[in-house]
Design a protein around this ligand. Structure first.
Ligand code: PLP
Length: 381
């Protein structure tokens, strides 16, 4: 079965008693035991819940992992990931990283003795140079947020294997429909399922998928012990969303490519970052290792002073902080998603006030381009 078929079938046939086509929601905190020492397979919903189990099995299947675990947000998934390590451990991560992940590393786990070095993960040699004897893991966002840098996951997977590192890929921007990091050498995949997996800007969720049972067991222990588990209603919403993932993402990628080409030729835009553009350094890598280029486009306006007027003039695209949903959203990373990065780090990376990130939704492409065109010319709606 191909992945789009698998996605549509998420949860199907999971309730043989009634034959329900849509998987049932089980909002039960606890489950009756048939007798002492006996269990239906479900005891307490923190440990396992039937609706969450359906979601987790579907996610493990589409990512090609041993087990998947659903969390109440992407940050909860990343927090649990950090708990796999010990004080004194060192991690290497992409330098262009979601600001919340940077904040988690620097403002929380650094105080618990976990140290992170940020480097350009598009260059395997800079990853090699950042390694220390106590380096335990490599975390790569692919593509990165917000500058859409693309790493060669196969090359990094080889490097991680040779050095005995846990290789973790945050695959939020591409989803398993476009990119399957576990097949390219990753040990663990992370998602903010709030984004494309959820796809409707109506839920928060996070996912960890482990390739090997050994890592799955450790994550399972932490999931149950720390209790950051996804509730049954959101689990059901996510199962529902998986069914349309392929069609949503296909359409969003096509529109994003059209939008990126439009922006490239616009006099008010000085630079466009989209891995599908012919001169993007990551295009060739994604052609090999992914099925598409995603639906996030970042670009720079001629001056940071234009950003506010541009946002106010938009009628279709909504100025809000997320991505991956049906509605097109526009974000200013330096002021929103990455505001907790020190200004000098943002400056060095290029996450400056002239940078705008666009998450392309499901609107008609011509309507969207017309809206952007009008706003770039400073005309209010
Ligand atoms: N990883 C990436 C790449 C993200 O963009 C985000 C959020 O924007 C997260 C993780 C965190 O996910 P959440 O907002 O669901 O906690």
């Amino acid at each position: 079965m191909r992945i789009d078929t698998r996605l549509v079938r998420a949860g199907l046939g999971t309730d043989p008693r009634t034959g329900a086509v849509s998987t049932p929601i089980h909002p039960s905190a606890t489950f009756a035991h048939p007798g002492l020492g006996q269990s239906t397979g479900f005891d307490y919903s923190r440990t396992a819940n039937p609706t969450r189990r359906v979601l987790e099995q579907a996610l493990a299947e589409v990512e090609g992992g041993a087990r998947a675990f659903a969390f109440p947000s992407g940050m909860a998934a990343l927090t649990t990931l950090c708990l796999l390590f010990r004080p004194g451990d060192h991690l290497v991560a992409s330098d262009d990283l979601y600001g919340g992940t940077y904040r988690l590393f620097e403002r929380v786990f650094r105080e618990y003795g976990l140290e992170v070095t940020y480097t350009d993960t598009t260059a395997p040699e800079s990853v090699g140079a950042a390694l220390r004897p106590n380096t335990r893991a490599l975390l790569v966002e692919n593509p990165t947020n917000p500058l859409l840098k693309v790493a060669d996951l196969e090359a990094l997977g080889r490097l991680a294997r040779d050095r005995g590192l846990v290789f973790v890929v945050d695959s939020t921007f591409l989803t398993p429909y476009l990119q399957r990091p576990l097949e390219l050498g990753a040990d663990i995949v992370v998602h903010s399922a709030t984004k494309f997996l959820g796809g409707h800007n109506d839920l928060l969720a996070g996912v960890l998928v482990a390739r090997e049972p050994e890592w799955a067991e450790r994550i399972e222990f932490l999931h149950n012990t720390t209790g950051a588990v996804l509730d049954p209603f959101s689990s059901w919403l996510l199962v529902r969303s998986l069914k349309t993932l392929a069609v949503r993402v296909e359409r969003q990628c096509r529109t994003a490519e059209a939008v990126a080409r439009f922006l490239l030729g616009h006099p008010e835009v000085t630079r466009v970052y989209y891995p599908g553009l012919p001169d993007h350094p990551g295009r060739e890598i994604l052609e090999r290792q992914a099925r598409g280029f995603g639906a996030v486009v970042s670009f720079r306006l001629r001056s940071a002073d234009q950003v506010s007027g541009f946002l106010e003039s938009l009628r279709l695209a909504t100025f809000a902080e997320s991505l991956g949903g049906a509605e097109t959203l526009v974000t200013v990373p330096s002021r929103q998603t990455h505001c907790d990065m020190p200004p000098e780090v943002r400056e060095r990376l290029g996450v400056t006030d002239d940078l705008v990130r666009l998450s392309v939704g499901l609107e008609n492409p011509e309507d969207l381009i017309a809206d952007l065109d009008r706003a770039l010319q400073g005309e209010s709606g």
